[in-house]
Design a binder for this molecule. Structure first.
Ligand SMILES: *Cc1c(COP(=O)(O)O)cnc(C)c1O
Length: 375
């Protein structure tokens, strides 16, 4: 559709958010982080990733994340190129021995299940599904050596509390859109992996994984039995490089830098509890507003499963896509629903970098647009 299809509505300036980026990834990057990047334009950018200047940033990032997540002794932060999608493939080689169990409750969680199902060296995975807008629970299974959970299903706005099943296998958590904005307990998890472009307000293209001692042992054991693994997907190679604050091949230096700035920003303000608190304030505003309007309601029926970082709001009697378009003409972007979910819905990123006051302003702007669209 062209802009000529968008109704001409003028939202008053005083109810517009100061920053209009509400996308769920890539998400708002704090402008200051980019100013800081510009300040190292000639001393850091364009220098070797095998030299101390860059290795120090990788080291700072690794220790910063360990501090942010309060990782117990023996845990390590691994990183490599390619993002969470790439990590799924790496995990099918380097973390699953024979059979995995997957909780599949949306677009992203279903993709890791599909990756495991198509890996010729693995048995057929056990896939437990639930209706979109809900999440299933892991079930202890002696035939399974890895449980694949998703902390925050970005396509539906469902978040789950991470609980280790009463079983032997490793717990692998896709935390791509939860890490940095939702709290978690490392005792319940073995691998907590994510990309930087959601709660960490960075840029894409990188994967990071907090790995427990059991996960590191698993990576070493699989490498020792000599399973064929493409080098770029080899988690043992990623482990060896990460321990030296390097990546196997050349990383995007700007991405590393911006991510480190975001981790330091969180730590400087009080750490994960503070960052998650910002998202929880935003979520209380958004869901409270939706519940108080007769044209809006939270899509996720169970309040305990509603995400604090990705809010999905169903609209009734007003076309959500039109609302998003009008918002877009005011610089309020990426409020559209996840396309494949196919609902009359707005999806709002509430990552820690997003000012909770901007979420409040967004609700006022939506009120104004809905009122103006009313017949
Ligand atoms: C965005 C997202 C991914 C994919 O991340 P990429 O960096 O694009 O590979 C995977 N899982 C979840 C839950 C996500 O939100």
């Amino acid at each position: 559709m062209t802009t000529s299809d968008t109704p001409s509505i003028q939202i008053p300036r005083d109810i517009l958010p100061a920053d209009g980026r509400f996308g769920c990834g890539p998400s708002k990057v704090r402008p200051i982080a980019l100013d800081e990047l510009a300040s190292v334009a000639t001393t850091y950018m364009g220098t070797s990733h095998r030299q101390p200047t860059v290795k120090q940033i990788v080291g700072s990032l690794r220790t910063g994340l360990a501090e942010l997540f309060a990782l117990p002794d023996g845990w390590e932060i691994l990183l490599g190129n390619g993002g969470a999608t790439f990590f799924w493939d790496a995990a099918t080689f380097g973390l699953i021995v024979g059979r995995s169990q997957h909780l599949s409750f949306g677009e992203f969680s279903s993709k890791f299940a599909a990756a495991a199902a198509s890996a010729p060296h693995l048995h057929e995975p056990v896939v437990i599904t639930s209706e979109p807008g809900t999440h299933p629970q892991a079930v202890a299974d002696p035939d399974v050596d890895a449980y694949a959970l998703t902390q925050n299903e970005t396509s539906t706005g469902v978040a789950m509390r991470l609980v280790r099943p009463d079983a032997e296998g490793l717990v692998l958590v896709d935390a791509t859109s939860g890490a940095g904005g939702l709290e978690w307990d490392p005792s319940q998890v073995d691998v907590y992996y994510f990309s930087p472009q959601k709660c960490f307000s960075g840029d894409g293209g990188l994967w990071l994984a907090a790995c427990s001692p059991a996960a590191i042992t698993r990576i070493r054991e699989i490498a020792a039995v000599g399973r064929w693994v493409p080098a770029s997907l080899d988690l043992k190679i990623a482990l060896d490089n990460s321990l030296q604050n390097q990546t196997y091949n050349t990383p995007a230096l700007a991405t590393l830098y911006i991510l480190d700035r975001q981790v330091r920003w969180m730590l400087d303000h009080g750490g994960l509890a503070w960052a998650a608190g910002r998202s929880s304030t935003s979520a209380a505003t958004l869901y409270g507003w939706a519940e108080s309007r007769d044209f809006a309601s939270p899509y996720v029926a169970n309040p305990a499963e509603r995400s604090n970082v990705v809010g999905t709001i169903d609209l009734d009697g007003v076309d959500a896509a039109t609302v998003s378009k009008v918002l877009r003409t005011h610089g309020i972007v990426d409020t559209e629903a996840y396309r494949k979910l196919g609902r009359n819905q707005l999806r709002i990123g509430m990552f820690p970098a997003i000012d909770p006051e901007d979420v409040a302003q967004l609700t006022r702007s939506i009120d104004f647009v809905v009122d103006a669209l009313a017949p």
